[in-house]
Design a binder for this molecule. Structure first.
Ligand SMILES: Cc1ncc(COP(=O)(O)O)c(C=O)c1O
Length: 299
């Protein structure tokens, strides 16, 4: 059975499916995964995540395979990254078997929402981890909620898979040098909303951040890593402690090596931008989006 969805018109929007999954952590132990049909949930008004931001998440995709089965793209990598985010925010990590089982079960229970092949669409899985203990002073939660929600997705940018214009922010930083830039924590995205709004208003759908210490080296785009191809065919991507280690980027680097390209993970000076043959933004959501131009100040 398939849901009554026009697979060719999917964007990157929330869409209600049959159910999501939850698991609760209390007294030092994770409970069972439970399927929930209602998208609303009870949460204490003083829940840690609402006030002090103990919240991290992941994003991964599943695709219908030629034999009709559904394959999830490298879920172990997302599980490990979520565990690192949890550790950075002093949260109970979700055990990998539970994370993987949640992805598998979510697909099984929402099978009719998995796009068929041929539509450049996928089933997007969004695992979320929240600190739920009621607190009023600043302290970490002892209770946690794991959510696994998912929905069919098309392309991230309204333009589809066409080249996009990016803007480098001079007035806003994404991540502090010893901060949480390498973790997928909710606060990073809230902190970027104002910069994004300015960029979009100026006609740039994509924001690019420099390192916040020197404002000289390229860090990453708001929701994706920076990759470039040099004129002599090398694959270049920033080596920075303040960017999210992208699983798409890691996979592309392996493909580049397999194709015989030299991969350079290093500091990328913003002055080098004009010398690259191609620049792209890569990530689960944006896939590999070619970047048409990059505005930096008045250049
Ligand atoms: C800030 C940021 N950088 C990079 C990425 C790309 O990571 P991945 O390829 O694992 O989706 C994402 C998306 O998850 C992101 O939000």
């Amino acid at each position: 059975m398939t849901a009554n969805i026009d697979w060719s018109k999917l964007g990157f929007e929330y869409l209600q499916t049959a159910c999501h999954l939850t698991a609760e952590y209390h007294d030092g132990k994770w409970g069972e995964l439970v399927s929930q049909e209602q998208p609303m949930m009870p949460l204490h008004i003083a829940a840690q995540c609402l006030h002090y931001g103990q919240a991290c998440f992941e994003g991964l995709k599943a695709f219908t395979q030629p034999d009709g089965s559904v394959g999830i793209f490298r879920p172990e990598e997302n599980s490990r990254r979520m565990a690192r985010s949890a550790e950075r925010l002093v949260m109970a990590p979700v055990p990998e078997p539970m994370f993987l089982e949640a992805c598998r079960k979510l697909i099984e229970l929402n099978r009719e929402f998995v796009p068929p092949r041929g539509y450049k669409a996928s089933f997007y899985i969004r695992p979320v981890l929240l600190g739920t203990t009621p607190v009023i002073g600043v302290k970490g939660a002892k209770d946690f909620l794991f959510l696994a929600i998912g929905m069919p997705m098309g392309s991230y940018y309204r333009e589809g898979f066409k080249p996009v214009k990016a803007m480098i922010h001079c007035k806003y930083d994404r991540a502090a040098p010893l901060g949480v830039g390498s973790a997928k924590v909710a606060g990073n995205y809230a902190a970027g909303l104002l910069a994004d709004a300015h960029a979009k208003k100026a006609g740039f759908p994509v924001s690019l951040y420099l390192d916040s210490q020197h404002h000289r080296y390229i860090d990453e785009f708001a929701t994706s890593n920076f990759i470039a191809i040099t004129r002599d065919g090398k694959f270049v991507t920033p080596d920075s402690a303040t960017i999210l280690p992208s699983i798409t980027n890691k996979s592309l680097q392996q493909l580049a090596v397999d194709m015989g390209l030299t991969v350079e993970r290093r500091r990328v000076d913003v002055a080098e931008l004009s010398e690259f043959a191609e620049v792209g933004a890569c990530g689960t959501a944006v896939v590999v989006t070619p970047v048409e131009s990059i505005r930096h100040g008045d250049q």
